[in-house]
Design a protein around this ligand. Sequence first.
Ligand SMILES: *Cc1c(COP(=O)(O)O)cnc(C)c1O
Length: 401
Amino acid sequence: MRKKGYFGEFGGQYVPELLMPALYELENAFHDSQKDPQFTKRLQNYYRDYAGRPTPLYFAENLTRHAGGAKIYLKREDLNHTGSHKLNNCLGQVMLARQMGKNRIIAETGAGQHGVATATVCALFQTECHIYMGAQDVERQALNVFRMQVMGAQVIPVSSGSKTLKDAINEAMRDWIANVQHTHYIIGSVVGPHPFPTIVRTFQSVIGKEAKTQFQDQNLPQPDAIVACVGGGSNAMGIFYPFMQSDAKLYGVEAGGFGDRISEHAASISHGEIGVFHGEKSYFIQDAEGQIAPAHSISAGLDYPGVGPEHAFLKASGRAEYVTASDDEAVSAMKLLAQQEGIIPALESAHAVAYAVKLASEMPADKSILINLSGRGDKDVHTLMKTEKERDHDAVAAETF
Ligand SMILES: *Cc1c(COP(=O)(O)O)cnc(C)c1O
């Protein structure tokens, strides 16, 4: 029998008993919302008038020619307000919080992208907002910290442990336990205890649903392959889910970093092990003692040490395939898309582009690939500048030898 809140053996609710009433309450509120046409209508209005949906489906003709195989299409989530798909989920969850009568929102963030999306919807709904962030990340992501603050959110630096995302997650969990009566915890990806992975997947499914309709409306055959980057896995689940029953091949691209050893990558499915963290059973990057180990990726948004349980299940069932793209491949793909199409993608999304271009070159011209372009690259331009400078420096050094 299929256990509630599980995807095969993955998922579940590994939380202190104190939180169980809040998870039931959330599950009920979510079910009610899905049956309530008013909720759906209001969310659709926010998607259209506030986020700027539907995002375009774009045929990347130059990139297709460059790859020399299957046609490449981009789902332009980079054109969402705040620059990525993250807002789709935050809008839905802040409405759920409202419906439950909770007037305080907490969230945790690594790179600050989810923090910014959360602060955005809290300003929109005039709701108190507390964002937990590792002290080291607060320093590294000063611009995003300021964005959150300017929208009225309070950013709380976490100085325990490695002072990064996993410590912020632990602190957010602690806050939620202490303040659960009037606080909703907006989890930013398809991770965490049930019902979060299902809720986030549902709100992000707008991506795949739109894409499906757009292929139809443009009289195009549905895509033969779909490629998305995987951090926690929300933009990937959002585009995969509506195509689950189709023949499309599904590819999740994890951050391969600069090597296969611990601390060199953020590829939880490809190189991690099964464990329990953040209230769920899934694949995590762990040390020999089973403690969560630091993840590395050049793209801060993929720098999460785990992956959503539904991806672990799709891997086990064989419905989706998981591959990696390295830091260097992502940087090259970021430049490639900029030069071929005049679109600078986020480094996260560039991982999907890198793999999709390889895949396209191996597929015939009458096939097509849909890439989820999860975000825009403005935030990553300084990283690109730095890598270019290092490359020039290395080249000069090599010449002097
Ligand atoms: C946060 C982020 C991701 C990774 O999160 P998922 O839950 O795996 O989608 C990917 N792309 C962008 C642009 C992001 O900001």
